[in-house]
Write a protein of this length. Structure first.
Length: 223
């Protein structure tokens, strides 16, 4: 599970990013759970679901979709608490405790008067259920964690990838992303590729982890 420090860091970073995109994001009440619905559908596309053609599962893209979904889960939790990070941390910890209890027993999610056993579902079925509970304005971390396991990513890896993607999003905004002047390709490589390379050289346990990522991106970015 996530440590308190990791959860605190991510909630703080997500609140800052939401404010960067829209200073009035709390009063705007953006539909973050709707965004999860769309990201869940995109994850199904990356997995492949068409029985009439050959498709290969794209695991790295599936993991990236999970990171995006986690951004919106955090945003919804923050919105539930009017942006208050302490109250949001308490809610996140409670949701994580509930997910842990699910893991101690047979993992089930109730929806539409029916119990769904996560142990008996494949990844696409779980993504469909994630879409369903998101449409009904619910957060089910036991379900999300089960999807993580199927996508071969644990909470520590989720934290590292989240921090990296969040820092990159900040870097993009600071360098003209909204204005359309940001250069996403540097020397023939996308910024995401540089991010992966940079994170491979840093320790996620360092208190300066996010600052070091940003500084390294700045060194690579063409002036």
């Amino acid at each position: 599970m996530l440590t308190i420090d990791q959860a605190t860091t991510m909630l703080s970073m997500q609140g800052a990013m939401n404010s960067k995109v829209d200073p009035n994001w709390v009063s705007a009440r953006h539909p973050y759970l709707r965004a999860i619905v769309i990201e869940g559908a995109e994850a199904i596309e990356h997995h492949g679901w068409k029985w009439w053609k050959k498709q290969d599962k794209d695991l790295p893209q599936l993991q990236m979709e999970l990171i995006d979904i986690w951004h919106f889960i955090l945003s919804e939790i923050l919105l539930n608490n009017d942006g208050n990070e302490d109250a949001s941390l308490a809610q996140l910890q409670e949701l994580l405790r509930e997910a842990e209890l699910h893991n101690l027993h047979e993992r089930k999610v109730s929806f539409d008067s029916k119990d769904y056993s996560l142990n008996a579902m494949d990844l696409i079925q779980k993504l469909e259920l994630l879409i369903a509970v998101s449409v009904s304005k619910r957060i089910e971390l036991a379900l999300f964690e089960s999807i993580m396991i199927d996508c071969e990513i644990n909470w520590t890896e989720l934290y590292c990838q989240y921090v990296g993607k969040n820092v990159l999003n900040f870097f993009r905004q600071d360098h003209g992303y909204k204005e359309g002047t940001y250069k996403k390709v540097w020397g023939g490589r996308e910024d995401n590729e540089y991010l992966v390379e940079i994170m491979g050289t840093l320790s996620p346990n360092a208190s300066t982890f996010q600052d070091e990522i940003y500084s390294a991106l700045k060194q690579y970015y063409p002036s």
